[in-house]
Design a protein around this ligand. Structure first.
Ligand code: HEC
Length: 505
């Protein structure tokens, strides 16, 4: 316990320091402001190439390229303005108690260096000292992929109408089981793609459904598939840190579950996906859950946010049943969300700000991994809150005049939830039981459920249900009688296994 405390405190105490990301740096970061002359070649090019060029290059989402002295100097004051407002580079979390992996926040020193360059006449400097532009293999941000697959045919998204949810099954033809660390996708027509979730399907069911209605893809996900990741507008892919990876069995097809949003102009979209594999299986599992659960379904959002309401909040809490190592926090909501926040209250009452997005922007659904895992002790209360503004003052309001907005899956409906991701050792969430014996994880789950079933009646009564199941109760307890019977547990086995130490091992 002392050890856990110490690491929590150690992480908390270095937390105020927000460093720029280093993993993406292809160029040596620029030095702090110097007493000498500030030049483009020596000081500004590294700053721009490392922090802007990733998106501000041909073929990417940003409206112009930033790859030469001319590109930068002709817009020098506009760039300064957006950097000082911290509008660019896009980075939405407010500084808090944890540092994020690949943080894009520029330091005050970097801003000072840039403004000195502008104020002293934008010197070009010695061309010899100009760093090379970072390279992106085949344009991919994550480097040379291990496998690249493309939808065989384009899908037509009309100019207007309701949002379209459509899945596409892409055969991977893997030679053997693989360990997936990242998927990067590239739609050839970005404007209409709202988000894409990735699933794997070993059953061949999805492949059979694809194209049945005469158009590429299929609707609905009426079969068992395993989610392996996701991408949303503005999201930048990153590899799972901490040596984590997800199993992709040899027979897997990749399912792209797409959400298209008509934008007033018809588009034919084809998505290409790059897959990245790890060399070896992960040592630990990755467990993620939502607060409030179910994207906020079942909260006050079911009654809806009244038109004109500026301060509407949903929230949820979850008490950790055992110590756990937090590695990821993110959130999801739609247009009228204003801000969201995730905190952890330690047993001694200390409140840690884990993630605060003070100006939620629907177009940037960021995924935030902690730079260093944060051990949270048993009894820590995790809290997630999401705030909405359904007034006409909210420029993102999809309705003019505002109208009642309820929970729903259209992007003009609302949702809201904070996601917490943990790296878990087998048995971490069931400390009393230790590790299940044998390598068979399915057997492991049965064994764990058996151990919980104190009166051995094959069901879990309220007093047998561990706190860790609570965020999932509404999903598992289908008949809502507060008891988990054998059928309910069997049906939820994949979900339970994924959550409590079984994700694909
Ligand atoms: C993750 C991708 C990304 C990175 C990194 C990034 N930009 Fe951008 N930038 C964009 C996109 C996308 C837009 C257009 C979005 C918009 O207009 O809201 C944009 C727009 C801009 C604009 C125009 C703003 C306006 O009001 O029209 C400026 C100026 C700019 N970026 C400067 C920078 C600078 C300087 C950096 C680095 C310090 C940077 N950007 C880093 C994606 C990025």
């Amino acid at each position: 316990m002392a050890h856990i405390r110490n690491s929590v405190l150690a992480v908390a105490s270095i937390a105020l320091l927000v460093l720029p990301h280093s993993d993406l740096y292809a160029v040596e970061p620029n030095a702090a402001p110097t007493t000498g002359e500030v030049t483009f070649s020596e000081h500004i090019a590294p700053l721009i190439f490392n922090n802007c060029y990733e998106c501000h290059r041909p073929g990417e989402a940003a409206p112009f390229s930033l790859m030469s002295y001319e590109d930068v100097s002709k817009r020098a004051t506009m760039l300064q303005e957006v950097m000082e407002r911290r509008f660019m580079p896009p980075w939405h979390p407010a500084p808090g108690h944890v540092e994020f992996h690949n943080s894009r926040r520029l330091s005050d020193d970097q801003l000072a260096l840039y403004s000195k360059w502008v104020a002293t006449g934008k010197a070009k400097g010695d061309d010899e000292k100009l760093p090379e532009l970072p390279t992106f293999a085949g344009g991919w941000r994550l480097g040379e992929p291990d496998l690249v697959v493309t939808m065989p045919e384009s899908f037509h998204v009309p100019a207007d109408g309701r949002d379209i949810y459509r899945n596409f099954a892409i055969p991977l033809d893997l030679p053997e089981d693989k360990w997936l660390t990242a998927i990067e996708i590239r739609p050839d027509e970005r404007s209409v793609v709202h988000h894409v979730l990735y699933f794997s399907d070993e059953s061949g069911v999805a492949r059979g459904l694809d194209g049945r209605d005469g158009k590429p893809g299929f609707r609905g996900m009426g079969f068992r598939a395993t989610q392996v990741g996701g991408w949303a507008v503005g999201g930048v892919p990153s590899k799972l840190p901490y040596g984590l990876a997800r199993k992709l069995p040899q027979a897997s097809d990749l399912i792209l579950a797409c959400h298209f949003h008509p934008v007033g102009k018809a588009a034919d979209v084809k998505i290409t996906a790059a897959l990245y594999f790890a060399d070896k299986p992960p040592e630990r599992d990755y467990v993620r859950f939502q607060i409030p659960p179910g994207y906020g379904r079942g909260t006050k959002l079911s009654q809806g946010v009244p038109p004109g309401e500026k301060n509407f909040q949903i929230e949820g809490e979850f008490t950790l049943p055992a110590k756990a190592e937090l590695i990821h926090v993110s959130g999801h909501a739609h247009y009228i969300c204003k801000s969201m926040k995730a905190t952890a209250t330690l047993p001694d009452g200390t409140v840690l700000d884990l993630l605060s997005l003070p100006a939620w922007d629907f177009n940037w659904q960021g995924q935030y991994y902690l730079k260093e895992g944060l051990w949270l002790p048993k009894g820590t209360v995790l809290r997630g809150e999401v705030n909405y503004d359904n007034s006409a003052d909210n420029l993102n309001n999809p309705n003019d005049p505002p109208k009642l907005i309820k929970w729903g899956i259209q992007s003009t409906d609302e949702m809201g939830s904070l996601f917490f991701g943990f790296a878990v050792n087998d048995g971490d969430l069931f400390p009393d039981q230790g590790r299940p014996r044998g390598g068979n994880r399915a057997a492991g789950l049965t064994q764990r459920l058996k151990a919980l079933d104190k009166n051995s009646d094959g069901k879990l009564q309220a007093d047998e249900i561990p706190a860790a199941f609570r965020p999932l109760m509404s999903r598992i307890d289908k008949d809502s009688d507060g008891v988990l019977d054998r059928q309910e547990l069997t049906e939820s086995a994949p979900r339970l296994r994924q959550l409590f130490g079984g994700a694909g091992r």
